[in-house]
Design a protein around this ligand. Structure first.
Ligand SMILES: [Zn+2]
Length: 398
């Protein structure tokens, strides 16, 4: 942070040349008082904004994502418990929580990308976040090539019903137990629990996640971002289950089931929600949600123009987040990679050099031809490709 504060001139040179977030232009003009926290600082607003713009470029090229998966670390999972000393709780070992979650994250991506469990995966975007108390969770958007949007195909991947209970020791019973343990929302609201964070007070105590959902005889795709999944009423064949809450047994129906995929639930044994993305309408919201930034405390009277103080004063970290950062695990990962192409006026490209004379001249000579200049030269040479855009040239010639 001291480095960033002391090298503002160089950072602003970068900013003025359009590499960083242009939205902050007005603030930057108040030179002298303003301290910029650049996009190169992991976790800063500009860093998130840069990733948001990169992610939206994937949508521009590949269309809407197919599935939206959220995986939450179960800190009491077997893998963690097996490595704890008798006097330890899971949160005494943030290193263990993070490393196990990272292994699960990699395995999930491997199965989706290499094994193609949902079909041919042509792109993905993965963002790691930390809940207040500290456990990591992941939001993952995946693009599947030519996924045929029929209710049947959606039902083959996603379920929102309680499975049959089955005999003890059977696969059915195992799935039933996993759904009841990890994939039941709340239940929240009147007659259930009133202290859950999903109960948004500004909306008359209604659940912020839209539970309980309505019963649906069949899956249908409407105008919303996600479809209305099949959730059968108990008398129409829907199963029910019991959940123990505060010493009470509560009867739960399909209204409370969070959308899940049975294979992923068996494999990862944690809260792993999967939704089908139906329209592009809410994609911008979904992406903004992905890149909303870290949770911050509210502090009155801070100078927003000093982005460094504004960030460091309000930020709070969990031990898991600290470990994640020091272990250099990724916060954001996407494929195909997106790079920001440099744009500049003639002779005004950015040149980074060491402050000695020889180096300056060598570096200037080396930077005479930038990507943009090379693009113009290529366009002059190749008559057949005159309609090619700057952003498409990498794809065409790589
Ligand atoms: Zn709720």
């Amino acid at each position: 942070m001291d480095f960033i504060r002391n090298y503002q001139k160089q950072i602003r040179a970068d900013l003025y040349c359009g590499v960083q977030d242009a939205n902050r232009g007005n603030e930057v003009d108040q030179s002298g008082r303003v301290y910029i926290l650049p996009a190169s600082h992991t976790g800063s607003d500009r860093w998130y904004h840069k990733w948001y713009k990169n992610a939206m470029h994937i949508v521009q090229k590949k269309g809407k994502p197919t599935f939206f998966i959220t995986m939450t670390m179960d800190v009491n999972c077997e893998e963690v418990r097996n490595h704890l000393r008798s006097d330890q709780t899971p949160y005494d070992r943030p290193d263990l929580i993070c490393r196990i979650f990272e292994m699960k994250r990699k395995e999930l991506l491997r199965q989706i990308k290499k094994d193609g469990i949902f079909g041919e995966c042509i792109a993905y975007l993965c963002v790691i976040e930390f809940q207040n108390i500290g456990a990591p969770h992941m939001h993952l958007l995946i693009w599947i090539k030519n996924f045929d949007e029929t209710p049947n195909n959606i039902n083959n991947v996603i379920s929102t019903e309680i499975p049959q209970q089955g005999e003890p020791g059977s696969k059915d019973r195992e799935l039933y137990d996993l759904v009841m343990k990890h994939m039941i929302h709340g239940p929240c609201g009147d007659g259930y629990r009133n202290n859950l964070s999903c109960l948004n007070k500004s909306r008359n105590g209604q659940c912020g996640r839209g539970f309980p959902k309505s019963y649906e005889v069949v899956t249908s795709v409407g105008d919303g971002c996600f479809p209305n999944y099949q959730r059968r009423y108990p008398v129409e064949g829907g199963n029910t289950g019991t959940k123990h809450i505060g010493g009470m047994e509560v009867l739960v129906t399909n209204k409370w089931v969070v959308a899940y995929n049975a294979y992923l639930l068996f494999k990862f044994k944690c809260h792993i929600n999967i939704e089908y993305c139906h329209t592009v309408a809410s994609i911008k919201y979904l992406f903004l949600y992905h890149f909303k930034g870290e949770d911050m405390v509210t502090v009155e009277g801070l100078d927003k123009a000093d982005e460094i103080s504004y960030y460091t004063t309000r930020r709070y970290n969990s031990a898991c987040q600290g470990y994640w950062r020091s272990a250099e695990f990724d916060y954001v990962k996407m494929e195909p990679p997106v790079i920001q192409l440099p744009i500049h006026l003639p002779g005004q490209q950015i040149v980074v050099y060491s402050p000695n004379k020889t180096s300056v001249w060598v570096t200037l000579e080396r930077n005479k031809r930038t990507m943009l200049i090379s693009f113009f030269e290529t366009m002059q040479r190749c008559e057949n490709d005159r309609d090619l855009k700057y952003e498409d040239i990498q794809e065409r010639y790589s």
